[in-house]
Design a protein. Sequence first.
Length: 398
Amino acid sequence: MAQEAGSATAEDSGLGTGKAEPRGSGRPAPPRGRGFPSAAARGGRVSGLDGLRTVAVALVLAYHVAPDVLPGGSVAVDVFFTLSGFVITRLLLAEHARTGGIALLPFYRRRWLRLVPALLALCAVCAALSVTTSLWGFDGSLRAAGLSALFLVNVVRAADPGPYDDLTGPLAHTWSLGVEEQFYLLWPPVLLVLLRYVRARTVLLCTAALCALPVLWRCALWHPDAAHRIYNGTDTRADQLLAGALLAVVLARLRADDPRLAVLRTWAGRLAWPALGLLALVAWRMPVTADAGPWTVGWYTVGFLLVAALSATLVAALALRPGEGLSRLLSLTPLTWVGRNLSYGVYLWHYPVVRLLASLGMRDGLLPATAVLTVLLALLSYYVIEAPFLRRARRPAA
């Protein structure tokens, strides 16, 4: 799903408006790296995280093709949420450490250029198929395209009290993009205010408190009829993104020689494989989006946070132990290249491809056919749309 658009540039140096405060303005600029001594040093790319993206998006694809085989495969979306929260917060903290601020407008410009052009291309194709063909999988795609382009699919799905209607059709999977983009809209200004006005330790404590609030909110909202509201709401899923953000804040706070970092590195390494095993078990056996009796109540209240904790453990191990077995496995060149360049396109195109092949009546060989066609479309999306806009995103705005 959504990926970072590259680290912030030296030109993106302001405190929300694109300009650093000049000397003599009456308010001294905060010292670089204040309270986050490792933020800039840990702002680079982690190959293992790119490999994790590849595994997660492959799991989502398999889940949408064969949900009976992987009833809990949508847990990969939860992993994406935590990974996204970690990466985005790490980039923001690195910019703050370098420049003393966060330039919000350039941040949103990079986000738009990274995510929206490819999404608009997908919406245009689905709308065109709706108008020009009789494929049932694309009926009503004009409305779905509008909702998806505005990142409102999750809002529409959250309002469905019973079974989902087909209003969002082949773009129903973009609900997760809505959650992430709404989070990206809200979290950077909140983090900017915290960084500017409170101590670094308080930033950590506030992030932890914000991470706990969605759990309480889900417990207050829980009712069987509120399952869609909880599953699709940004407010009810924010703890999964904030868990990644909290990990980024913790790592930025600890110097390389801090003994607490050594303890964290040790335990992350010990728990990485068990965390991965538990996530795999959920994907294999837990019907996340179906009624699982008493399990459903626990899943829709505290379960999301537990999965976020497992995902954060996995992310910490990959970030802190790049030379260990799991990191080396996920850092294999094919996995990292796909995760870095194609994972977003694969996520965008896989579900419309599933609907297309189903509309054409394909039953045998559906998984390999979906995988091949999706990868081809993702390659086309990357080279024709995403890569040019990525190059533009890395250039400073005029």
